[in-house]
Design a protein around this ligand. Structure first.
Ligand code: CA
Length: 422
């Protein structure tokens, strides 16, 4: 077992029982205090541990680290050290924070080592190089196919052979808390003869998880499903904002474009694949049989409970969806294997999103498109209003955590408020 995952390990830091950030988690992020520099932090309970100070004070043993790995705009330089080093770093931090070790506990420098999370600012954890979005939940693909094409042939013929995806845009991936403006664009309502231009009317979220890669292999080579975990740093929550009316008009024949690239919001803490290891579960039976390069051994789905809430400007939030990352038909290892099977090279900091994660029941659908069934079944909100899609000044919040035998490993949340079109 990975030492840092030991369920019996306890921390000398007091951790609230329902905290996402147990000592078995220890996710990485980038934070700053006031106007101070950006630094690498690790979350535990309500606290963030400043790794740059931890390094400067000599607590970290490995010689390959230097100060620039920990006082950094992004995690990318640290990630370049690779899987083994990051695993060792997490193990070291875990030991220092555990009741098995007094060194950090007895330090007189807690005022510069440890900060309350509500006193810091979180930033984009990685400089995203390339961003890819998959389409790997069968229930989501079926729902969309049923609504827009043919209920009897909801899945396109390639869907169960290929983890379908497209290349997105990294420049508009933003950190949780950053507001977005309703996008403008061309739309053509079903009954209209000509397209019109204006603010999107059918603004939607997509409940997704994304994984972030370490260095891949040289161009021309492929990463197998067995090797996938060694090339993935960790995961975060991903809200793939979508303009449904713009999408419907523009997507033929080359797929998603301006309906998708105006914004995607991510949660600030990257939960490592090591921390998620205990929560892996079996995936669905894949029928028809997949090509050999998509076959995999062991469990590659992960039991991560997910929820989406909409909070109107002046009212409490309403939970509108409860789903689970384990509903994926194509798992992350198959996605990465497929992405590289043609020799496409991935780099440190590439981000690959799962696609909307819908479950089999209507409460578990991962977009308003499905929850309101294309606007035909409005969602009742706690404040008495209704939503078919997202209104101006709504804040959409996504949360996720894995939990087993009293050990919780969570992601915190990704949240963003929608402002009117500019
Ligand atoms: Ca998506």
């Amino acid at each position: 077992m990975i030492k840092a995952n030991d369920p019996s390990r306890k921390s000398w830091i007091e951790i609230p029982a329902d905290s996402d950030f147990s000592i078995q988690n220890l996710p990485f992020g980038i934070f700053s205090i006031g106007e101070g520099p950006k630094k690498v932090g690790v979350a535990i309970g309500d606290i963030v541990l400043d790794l740059s100070v931890l390094y400067d004070l000599g607590f970290l043993s490995l010689e390959r680290y230097s100060h620039h790995h920990f006082e950094a705009e992004y995690l990318n330089d640290l990630m370049k050290l690779g899987k083994k080093v990051i695993s060792q770093l997490r193990n070291e931090v875990s030991f220092l924070l555990s009741t098995d070790c007094d060194d950090l506990k007895l330090s007189t420098k807690h005022n510069i080592l440890l900060h309350k999370q509500d006193a810091i600012t979180m930033h984009m954890p990685v400089k995203v190089g390339d961003y890819t979005d998959f389409y790997s939940s069968e229930d989501h693909a079926r729902n969309v196919g049923t609504m827009f094409r043919d209920p009897d042939n909801a899945l396109l013929p390639n869907w169960k052979h290929i983890p379908v995806g497209y290349h997105g845009r990294s420049s508009s991936i933003i950190i949780s808390g950053q507001e977005i403006h309703r996008p403008k664009g061309q739309m053509k309502p079903k009954d209209a003869t000509e397209p019109n231009f204006g603010p999107c009317k059918l603004l939607d979220f997509e409940l997704e998880m994304a994984f972030i890669t370490f260095e891949g292999k040289p161009m021309g080579q492929s990463i197998s499903t067995t090797e996938a975990d060694d090339h993935i740093f960790g995961m975060l929550l991903f809200n793939d904002w979508s303009a449904r009316d713009i999408q419907t008009w523009e997507y033929v024949p080359l797929g998603p474009f301006l309906a998708k690239n105006f914004a995607s919001s991510v949660s600030p803490w990257i939960v490592t694949m090591d921390a998620l290891e205990p929560f892996k579960v079996a995936g669905p039976l894949q029928d028809p049989k997949v090509f050999q390069y998509l076959e995999y051994n062991g469990n590659k789905n992960i039991d991560i409970k997910l929820e989406v809430a909409i909070k109107p400007e002046k009212a409490e939030e309403t939970i509108v969806s409860k789903s689970n990352y384990q509903h994926m038909y194509w798992n992350y290892a198959q996605q990465l294997a497929h992405h590289t099977i043609n020799g496409c090279n991935v780099n440190v900091g590439d981000m690959m999103a799962s696609g909307t994660i819908s479950g089999p029941t209507p409460e578990s659908y991962g977009s308003m498109l499905e929850l309101s069934w294309r606007g035909t079944k409005p969602i009742k909100m706690n404040d008495g209003t209704e939503r078919k899609f997202i209104s101006d000044y709504d804040t959409v919040v996504m949360r996720g955590y894995a939990e087993k035998e009293g050990i919780r490993v969570g992601f915190g949340e990704v949240s963003a408020k929608v402002l009117p079109a500019i």
